[in-house]
Design a protein around this ligand. Structure first.
Ligand code: TYM
Length: 334
C-alpha cells in the first residue's frame, strides 16, 4: 500500500456550486476544524464535480475562492490542513477512470442522488452525473483516508467508495484504506425551512427554504420567523408527525452542541414563536463571526491563491504515490 502517513487521515470535499447553506455548515463544515489537531486532514474544493450541472465559468471561479475563504473562516488552519482545489490535482480524474472500470452500472443505477438530480435536470442527464460517485471514491481513496466527515445524504456514496476499495484490494492486494463515514449525531440532515420533508439545499429555487452561512442577520431571523411548524404546541422531537419542529430542534441542538432531549427540556414551557426566535438567534450568533472573517479574507485573493498553490503541491505528492501504486498493480509501465 502506498501509505507513508504518520497519522490517521481525514478527507472531505464540498462543491463550489452555490453559496453554502446552514445544512452544509452543520452537516460538514462545522466538524472539519474539530478534527484538525488529531488527524492529518485534506479538505478539497471539488470543482470537477460541479460540471455535472451547467456552470457559468466566472461565477464558478469566484465561488471556488469563496469556498476556500469559508474553510478558513470556519476555523481551518492553513498550516495544519491541506486545503486545495480538486482541479489542481490531476490524479483525481486519472484514478476516477481506473475505478470506473471496477464499478458496476447496477451500483451506479442505485444512487439516489443521481435519480434525484436527473429528475431536476432532465434536459442535461450527462455521463458525469452518472459516474460522479466514482470520482468521489477516487477523491477519498487517493489519500488513504480513514474517515470522511459528511452529512447523511453522502452516506450512500461513501458506501460505494468502500465497496470499490474492497473489490480492488481483493483483486490486487492491499491498495486502499477502506474509509469510515463520520456523520454527526445532530445536524446531519438539515431540512428546508418551508418544506421540512425535503433537504435544505443550496440549489433550491426558493430562497426561503434555506439560510446561507453568509446571510445577514435580519434576513436569517425573518426566515426562522416564517419557518413552517406543525399542528399542536409542544416542542418535542417527532420527525414523522412534527417535521418542522423536529428540524428546528435538530438545528438548535447542533448549533449549541447539546442533545435533542436537552432542547426539549429547555423549551418545555415555550411557545413555537419564541422557540423559532431562539433558534434564529443561536444561528446568527454562530454565523456572524464566520461571515465577518469570510468578508475580510475575500479582500485578499492573493493570500487565498497562495494557499491553493502551496497545498495543491502537497496534495499532488500524496495522491501521486497512491496512483503510482495503482498503475503498477493494474499492469501499466510506471
Ligand atoms: P455537497 O457539496 O452537496 O455538500 C457538502 C457537504 O454538506 C453536506 N450537506 C448537508 N448536511 C446536512 N444537511 C443538509 N441539508 C446538507 N446538505 C449538504 C453534505 O452531506 C456534504 O458533506 N458529493 C459531495 C462532495 C464530495 C465529497 C467528496 C464529500 C465530492 N467528493 C469526497 C466527501 C468526500 C457533495 O456533493 O457535497
Amino acid at each position: 500500500m502506498a501509505d507513508t502517513k504518520q497519522n490517521k487521515r481525514i478527507f472531505s470535499g464540498i462543491q463550489p456550486s452555490g453559496n453554502l447553506t446552514l445544512g452544509n455548515y452543520l452537516g460538514a463544515l462545522k466538524n472539519f476544524p474539530l478534527l484538525q489537531n488529531d488527524y492529518e486532514c485534506y479538505y478539497c474544493v471539488v470543482d470537477l464535480h460541479t460540471l455535472t450541472v451547467r456552470q457559468d465559468p466566472e461565477a464558478l471561479r469566484e465561488r471556488s475562492y469563496s469556498l476556500i475563504a469559508l474553510y478558513l473562516a470556519a476555523g481551518l488552519d492553513p498550516e495544519k490542513n491541506v486545503l486545495f482545489l480538486q482541479s489542481h490535482v490531476p490524479q483525481h480524474a486519472e484514478l476516477s477512470w481506473i475505478l470506473g472500470c471496477y464499478t458496476y452500472m447496477g451500483e451506479l443505477n442505485r444512487m439516489t442522488q443521481f435519480k434525484d438530480k436527473s429528475s431536476r435536470h432532465a434536459d442535461n442527464i450527462n455521463g458525469g452525473l452518472y459516474t460522479y460517485p466514482v470520482l468521489m471514491a477516487a477523491d477519498i481513496l487517493l489519500y488513504q483516508t480513514d474517515a470522511v466527515p459528511i452529512g447523511q445524504d453522502q452516506k450512500q456514496h461513501l458506501e460505494l467508495a468502500r465497496n470499490i476499495a474492497e473489490r480492488f484490494n481483493k483483486i490486487y492486494g492491499d491498495t486502499f484504506v477502506v474509509p469510515e463515514p463520520f456523520i454527526p449525531k445532530t445536524g446531519a440532515r438539515v431540512m428546508s425551512l418551508q418544506d421540512p420533508t425535503k433537504k435544505m439545499s443550496k440549489s433550491d429555487d426558493n430562497a426561503n427554504n434555506f439560510v446561507l452561512i453568509t446571510e445577514d442577520e435580519a434576513s436569517i431571523m425573518k426566515k426562522f420567523k416564517r419557518a413552517v411548524t406543525d399542528s399542536g404546541s409542544e416542542i418535542i422531537f417527532d420527525e414523522e408527525n412534527k417535521p418542522g419542529i423536529s428540524n428546528l430542534i435538530n438545528i438548535y441542538a447542533s448549533i449549541k452542541g447539546i442533545s435533542r432531549e436537552d432542547v426539549e427540556k429547555e423549551f418545555a414551557a415555550a411557545r413555537y414563536g419564541d422557540f423559532k426566535m431562539a433558534v434564529g438567534t443561536a444561528v446568527c450568533e454562530t454565523l456572524a463571526p464566520i461571515k465577518a472573517r469570510y468578508e475580510e479574507l475575500m479582500k485578499d485573493k492573493q493570500y487565498l491563491e497562495s494557499i491553493l498553490r502551496k497545498n495543491g503541491e502537497k496534495a499532488r505528492t500524496v495522491a501521486g504515490e497512491t496512483l503510482k501504486d495503482v498503475y503498477r498493480k493494474v499492469g501499466f509501465i510506471v
